[in-house]
Design a binder for this molecule. Sequence first.
Ligand code: N01
Length: 537
Amino acid sequence: MSNPTSTNVDMLIVGGGFAGLYQLYSARKLGLTARLLEAGDGIGGTWFWNRYPGARCDVESLDYSYSFSEALQQEWDWTERYATQGEILRYINHVADRFELRPDIQLHTRVSAATYDDDARRWTTVAQSGERFDSQYLILATGCLSIPQAPKFAGLDTFKGNWYHSANWPTEGVDFSGKKVGLIGTGSSGVQMTPLIAAQAEHLTVFQRTANYSVPAQNEPLDTVTLDTVKANYAHRRALGREAMTGQFLNANDKSALEVTDAERLAEFEFRWRGAGGGFRMLRAFSDLLRNPQANRFAAEFARSKIRQIVHDPAVAELLSPKDDLPFGTKRLCVDTDYYETFNRDNVALVDVKADPIVEITPNGLRTTAQTYQLDALVFATGFDAMTGALLAIDIHGVEGESLREKWSGGPRTYLGVSIAGFPNLFVIAGPGSPSVLSNMVHSIETHVDWISNLIRQTRADGITRIDAQQPAEDRWVGHVNEAADKTLYPIGNSWYVGANMPGKPRVFMPYVAGVPAYRRIIEDVAAKGYEGFSLS
Ligand code: N01
């Protein structure tokens, strides 16, 4: 029975980014009533919140875009190989308007709890405002990097200047002209904003705890010839993406780094660093780069040699060079424009806060164990409670009141990264246990939404009202995800992939590493076998 004081819909979708919007579009196609709840005062998810200077995607725009509508992909003209945050946000808003999605989108609504009623076979979802929603299906499209890691530095409340987090940037932007700026964090966000802040501010001090690897994006404008060529056969590009490890064609080399000569290896790395598109193509330079320690060391040493070539001061170059305990690419590779070059500017300084940790923020800046720094503004690019943060921010209770927070206290457990045993009719899009953040997210989102939509279409036709993953199937999947990760070097790196950036978070490698094509074949096979591993009733 549905609750008369709630909004009743067939499907409730939480999150208004790429995943939520496509899920809403697909729900409509299924003939379902649906409501999408979004915490922000605009749609776009990641691309709504992360407005910091230099924010852009590290997946090429022609791939990081929906493929479900040929008309959409024909009519939209991306202007650069790697799109800026602003351009992606315009695209998302265009999609919402074009497919008339807005009437079913409710902004300013942060979900705080969701409880399953096994008699009614429905979810009751509650927003922070107290508003209630009643639905048969609950879709969590909450994103993998949507709960910023709040800085917990002592003394922050005494700081006289303004401070900002990369993922909660003021809509109107920030003018750093004439200011001494301190930037904490050198992951993708910090690496992208460094050159732009340095160009504007009087002085920039970058506080680095761990050096990560960064590869130049080789970004460039997309001319009409390129766009026309892709659009003339967009299906071909999408098909190449579907069969590529990460859901985007990166021209993967199937040779081992150990089977080629030194000169051939160097040529391959150079080709990928410079002309062939830069960025993640580097990770596909050799088939064993992320599996074989020696192959990985070749890539790491190549990247360090580049840093030494670019950065004039050898001491700064050394500090920017990732160390051997971080294999190349095991923490998400940064993709930059002029990051290392920026450290040649007179108004930029690099501080090693591993050797000399931050003690506190002071009214006029920041104090490390050895030094004080006078700063007018502080920027935190300190990352996120990744993959599980947004899901566990909601107090979710499944069959017999089981709490998701308790179930996941030792790390996330899903069946196929999309379903959770004991939480029927609830689906996670691109969640832990799926290729997710290791892939082109838009591609993986489409894969999940299409798969969930087929499951719902088929089960509704069969009169099934309850879809639940079986516990043994989930256990086997969790085992398989771990096994796949353990065959790679990924778990070695201290990264948000394993929750290492969050003190106290269980160390579990969260995404599924075997790649997009292997994963798709598994979930298609599950569907072909009548949704093997699910209890349908
Ligand atoms: O966050 P991060 P991010 N004291 O977690 C440091 C995606 N993304 O926002 O490494 C001092 O990577 C921390 O140091 P350490 C992308 O998937 C994509 O940059 O923990 N430092 C690290 O340097 C990316 O991977 C794009 O030692 C502290 C940094 O803060 C993900 O989002 C752009 C600290 C956090 O790095 C997250 O990237 C941006 C402390 N107390 C983001 N706490 C593109 O598409 C943390 N740090 C290009």
